[in-house]
Design a protein around this ligand. Sequence first.
Ligand SMILES: [Zn+2]
Length: 152
Amino acid sequence: MVLFHTHILLGIIVFLFTKDFFSGGNQIIFFLMVLLGSILPDIDESKSKINQWSGIIGKIIAFFAQHRGFYHSLLFFVITFMSVSYLWSNYYAWGLLLGYLAHMFGDGITLMGVQIFYPFSKFKIKGPVKVGGMVESVILIFLVILIVKKFL
Ligand SMILES: [Zn+2]
């Protein structure tokens, strides 16, 4: 998994650059949904923060799921998006989806990559970045600058 704070920062960036295109509810809740979406896929990893926060549910998921399998797939997010949209709000469902896309970008630039069409295809999006390595640190600094610049 890409480090937690990198995913959070990517979520913040996606929120800042897309928030004006979406409306239909409370923007703070929308923001929280983006953040949730940006860390939710890693629930399949027992060492991740979201997994530890989710208690017994996280334990069960991590036990059965393959890391970067179903919970990192478009299928999982289409199901989640439709459920949130149907049961709650289309606006917040978009927040979650945007966060998810930010997460996929973060994982998609790593060597390990993500199988976005799991379980239908073994096709992988991947890149040259080593998790927790030097390049990730540089990306992290770049993301912080991008966020700070947005507020200046
Ligand atoms: Zn991930």
